[in-house]
Structures are given as C-alpha cells and as structure tokens.
Design a protein around this ligand. Structure first.
Ligand code: EPS
Length: 375
C-alpha cells in the first residue's frame, strides 16, 4: 500500500493516489470529510482556514462506496486558487507578482531556491507548505477505515502548547473528548492558559508549537519486524511522524525519559494468566524489538513554532542581499490541532502498509480471515 501526493498550496487542487488497497473495503466518505474539517479546526489558525472548506473528491478506485482494488485517485480543491489564479495558473500567469525573496528562517525558502535554481521562493514554498497535509488527511481517512475493519483504532491529543504541559495520563477512551476542545487539550485549566498565551503571541506577531501524543489501540502483536532495520515498526512510525511539516522530534513509549531511569524502572514485566501473556505497564509504548507487542502503541511528536511570523524575523533578501524582515503576510499562530489530525493520518498510512504487507491478499475477505487467524 502506498500514498503519493501532489499539489501546491495555492494551486488548483491537492491530489493523491493510494495504490495497493484491497477490494471490497467499504468507505464512509462523510467520515473522511469530518476528519478534513477537524484538521481545519482548532484555536490559533489563520485567515486561510476561513477560505477553505476541504472535501475529498474520489476520482477512481471506488464504486458505490466499495474499493475495487485499483488505484484510488482523489483530490481536495484549493478554494483559494480563485484568488491566486493570475499568479499560479499552469497555463500561463504573472510570475512577477507575489514574488517572495525575503526568505523566512525555519522554512524551506532559502535552501529550496538554491537547490531548485530559483529566484522566487514561491516556486519552493508552494509545495513545502503544510497545505499538503490536507491530502494526507484525506488519505488518512481511508487508511483509518481500513485499519478499523481489523479493530485497530487511532486517537490522540495535545499534550503541551509552547511549554504549557498537561502531565496527566489518560485512558484511550478519554482521548476522544479532545476533538471537542479548542486546542485538543484534555486539561481545561492548562488549555485556558495556552489559549491566553496564543492570544498574546498573536498580538505580538509570534507563533507557537507543542507536543502531541498519538495512540493506537487494538493492533495484534507481531507487526513490524526485528529481522531488518528498515522493517522495525518504531522506525517506520517515527519516520512517518517526522515527515509531517514542522515536526522536529519523535519518541515512542517512555522515549527520552527512559534514558535517565534504570532498567528495573523501564522494562515492562511479563505475566501469564488464562492462556494469555500480559504486562501491567506499557513503558515500551507497545513496541519491543521493532514489533508490536499487543499493547497500545504510544508515540509523541514535538512540533516547532510555525516559521511564518507576522512580525518578520531578521533575514536577507535573496536578490538584493540586503538585510530585511522575513515575509509574513498571513500566518497561523499555532496549528497544533491540525498537526494532531495529520499525525493520526500519517500513522494510519504506514500502519495500513505494514498490516497489508503482513496479511497479503487482494480483497478484504482474505485479509480479515488472515488477521483473525494470527496468534
Ligand atoms: C502555510 C501557510 C498558511 C497556512 C497553510 C500552511 O497558508 P497561507 O500562506 O495561504 O496563508 O494556512 O496551511 C493551510 C493552508 C492548511 O490548509 O493547513 C505554510 O506556509 O506552511
């Protein structure tokens, strides 16, 4: 199973192709659109989200809501294209307007213009933009429904915003509540504090990041492998999380904290009762030896503050080589809720691939039968 995406932030549309889906997976399109709407929600988003109304349009690979086993091609329209057509149209446009040379620190602008032999960073930023995540979430909706048919569910919440951290632990079922909260945080006091901080940052023309926890429930043991470095489940999941724009750090289970504890405090002891092995702790975050061990998978990702700041950081104009304030026409203050949804989708994408690789088979009936028979 593989997802390829295409599309520029202010181009006509974002598109994707999913290859390798089995036939006869029943898709609920409204559920995918609800996920897309969630990605657009959250406190701290900028003016662009008032323009877009993301919806998936499936172009191939599905008939009467059932997958056919053929490539599933789809698109998400950029409504903002109507305002950008004269600067972005592939058929011909005015590239002298909307030029960006005051390259933004922390963005792809400077390295991109050099690498792709450009003089206008727009030719780089349009693709580097986190707008691309809309199409990953559309695909994520498909992957989540695929995983759900095996009883595998993905959820998550925002653990911290700009250093304001919720240190409590939550059961998987409690996480669902986060999606009704303005910052996807579960501690209302911390959330209020974080919202006040975002208001202040907005006034100052500044931005914020945070930490997101993603959990996977219901995956049987033995997914991923200890036999080759590239097939380790934790490596695959962490790479997927790191591929999300603005993510700078990822950990599984106790993560970095494990390094400061001793072995007896870290490793989850094993017990056996009623024909079943079990553990009473889950410090490993559901993965041992690069394989799922049947416990909940726990992954955390750190998002850096958005690099487009309204107040414009110090930079150098790429053409004149003169000092300048970096470009910053319009920016989100914080996109942590969007990142939470994108991370769930990124995890779903690679997990669907790992599951389908292990199960083999061309249709859902075969795959469900094989999953049921796994130990
Ligand atoms: C983004 C910049 C902003 C964000 C955008 C990502 O867009 P614009 O430059 O059009 O104001 O709103 O995110 C989205 C459009 C989205 O749908 O998430 C960037 O530079 O990464």
């Amino acid at each position: 199973m593989k997802l390829t995406t295409a599309g520029e932030s202010h181009g006509k549309a974002l598109t994707g192709i999913i290859e390798g889906l089995p036939s006869n997976l029943l898709l609920d399109i409204e559920e995918i659109n609800a996920l897309l709407a969630l990605r657009q929600s959250g406190y701290g988003r900028g003016a662009r989200q008032k323009i877009e109304r993301d919806k998936i349009e499936i172009l191939s690979g599905v008939r009467n809501r059932l997958t056919l086993g053929s490539p599933l091609a789809f698109l998400v329209v950029n409504k903002d294209y109507e305002n950008w057509r004269e600067y972005m149209a592939p058929e011909g446009c005015d590239v002298q307007k909307r030029v960006l040379t005051r390259v933004r620190p922390g963005h792809a602008d400077l390295t991109g213009v050099i690498k792709y032999d450009q003089t206008d960073a727009r030719n780089v930023l349009e693709r580097a933009s986190a707008r691309e995540t809309a199409v990953r979430v559309a695909a994520g909706g498909v992957f989540m429904q695929y995983l759900k048919s095996f009883g595998v569910e993905i959820s998550g919440y925002v653990k911290s915003v700009c250093g304001i951290e919720d240190e409590k632990a939550y059961a998987f079922e409690e996480l669902k509540r986060a999606k009704n909260e303005p910052l996807f945080m579960l501690d209302s006091e911390k959330q209020q504090k974080a919202m006040r901080l975002l208001d202040k940052l907005k006034e100052d023309g500044d931005t914020a990041g945070g930490v997101i926890e993603i959990r996977v429930k219901g995956l049987k043991s033995g997914f991923g492998s200890c036999m080759q470095y590239s097939t380790k489940l934790d490596a695959i999941l962490c790479a997927a999380a790191m591929s999300v724009q603005a993510i700078k750090g990822v950990e599984t289970g106790l993560g970095f904290k494990a390094a400061s504890l001793c072995g007896s405090e870290v490793h989850d002891e094993i017990f056996y009762k009623n024909n079943r092995f079990y553990r009473t702790t889950n410090n490993a975050g559901g993965i041992e030896g690069g394989m799922s061990n049947g416990e909940e998978i726990v992954l955390r990702a750190a998002m850096k503050p958005i690099p487009t700041l309204m107040k414009g950081l110090q930079t150098v104009d790429y053409l004149t080589k003169q000092p300048a304030a970096a470009a910053g026409e319009r920016s989100d203050v914080c996109a942590i809720c969007a990142a939470e949804i994108v991370l769930e989708s990124a995890v779903a994408c690679v997990l669907a691939e790992v599951v389908s690789n292990r199960l083999g088979g061309d249709n859902m009936r075969e795959q469900l039968e094989r999953y049921k028979n796994l130990r």
